[in-house]
Ligand binder design. Structure first.
Ligand SMILES: Cc1ncc(COP(=O)(O)O)c(C=O)c1O
Length: 316
């Protein structure tokens, strides 16, 4: 098996991110709730994507790219963080975003404006159209370019979260459960593969905040990342555990997500967002309430950021 150190990686994030116990929420939920502060990765307003971009932008640089394309919805945290990291590395980010969500100069759109980012919108539901447009623009520019998929969710990006689980294993802390948000699959795939490799007793749950077929998507990214790592450890459908908390739809606040945001803010002074981490934490609350999490368990919530979008969305 290859080691993570065998892959090109640019250290962009401040690692390891802190882990601490949420005492009030542990008391309320009747189990031991801990939080991994991937909101503090140190670029932009922090968030999970920086770990993926350490590997993706290193691959881009190794391939000689000067221009980096990516995509997502109008308020994509991933797109904003790709722009921030690319700018820091002296590359030119171009964001070709779906015209879906808040396109006004609010939230991540404001941050992209402040970074003087080239942002373009396409009125399409198909990422294939967007990837074709990236090729068209790249060829027109005549510069070497690199395409990062929506969410940075491919095998290379997932290595960032394999690395996160290695970081956790190296810390010596033991968790019975890890719970993370699932929006395009790469984070959950990396966490689940990393758990298989380094923390086999830890049960991983991806909380769906969109309605894509994440059983297939997550398994596919896990298998691709396992192939990159040249591990012969079998990756089976049973390795993917999902909980659907999407509610009324992607980026549409849900009552459960909003209640989770309030619980975290009122008891721990931390601000989850209505698109990803609020719904993911609502999933953890549900797991505590339905007895999946036992009183003696230690459960780690992956706080994956999302602050950029918090100020764009009307929660009422
Ligand atoms: C704040 C936040 N948390 C979680 C996720 C989900 O990660 P993934 O897209 O890898 O499933 C995202 C994705 O954009 C995000 O922005």
């Amino acid at each position: 098996m290859k080691q993570l150190s065998d892959f090109p990686r640019i250290p962009l994030a401040l690692l390891p991110t802190p882990v601490h116990r949420l005492d009030h929420i542990s008391r309320i939920l009747g189990t031991n709730v801990w939080i991994k502060r991937d909101d503090l990765t140190g670029i932009g307003l922090g968030g999970n994507k920086v770990r993926k971009l350490e590997f993706l932008l290193a691959d881009a640089r190794e391939k000689g790219a000067e221009v980096v394309f990516t995509t997502g919805g109008a308020q994509s945290n991933h797109a904003m963080l790709t722009a921030a990291c690319a700018k820091k590395l002296g590359m030119t980010p171009i964001l070709i975003l779906k015209k879906r969500g808040v396109t006004a100069r609010k939230g991540n759109q404001l941050l992209e404006y402040l970074m003087d980012t080239d942002v373009r919108f396409m009125d399409t539901d198909s990422y294939d159209d967007i990837y074709a447009e990236m090729d068209r623009v790249g060829q027109e520019l005549g510069k070497p370019y690199y395409k990062i998929p929506c969410g940075g969710s491919n095998a290379i990006g997932a290595l960032g979260y394999v690395n996160c689980m290695k970081e956790l294993a190296d810390s010596g802390l033991h968790f019975d459960h890890v719970v993370c948000a699932e929006g395009s699959g790469g984070t959950h795939a990396g966490v689940a593969l990393g758990a298989k490799l380094y923390l086999p007793d830890t049960h991983v749950t991806g909380v769906m905040v969109d309605s894509d077929p994440f059983d297939v998507i997550t398994l596919g990214i896990m298998r691709d990342a396992a192939a990159l790592l040249e591990t012969d450890i079998p990756i089976e459908p049973e390795d993917v555990h999902l909980l659907d908390m999407c509610g009324p739809g992607y980026a549409i606040p849900s009552p459960e997500g909003n209640a989770a945001i309030s619980m975290m803010a009122q008891n721990e002074g931390l601000f989850l967002d209505p698109v990803y981490t609020g719904k993911a934490f609502a999933g953890l609350i549900k797991m505590a309430q339905d007895g999946t999490l036992r009183p003696e368990d230690n459960v780690l919530f992956l706080y994956s950021g999302g602050a950029g979008g918090l100020f764009a969305i009307d929660m009422d």
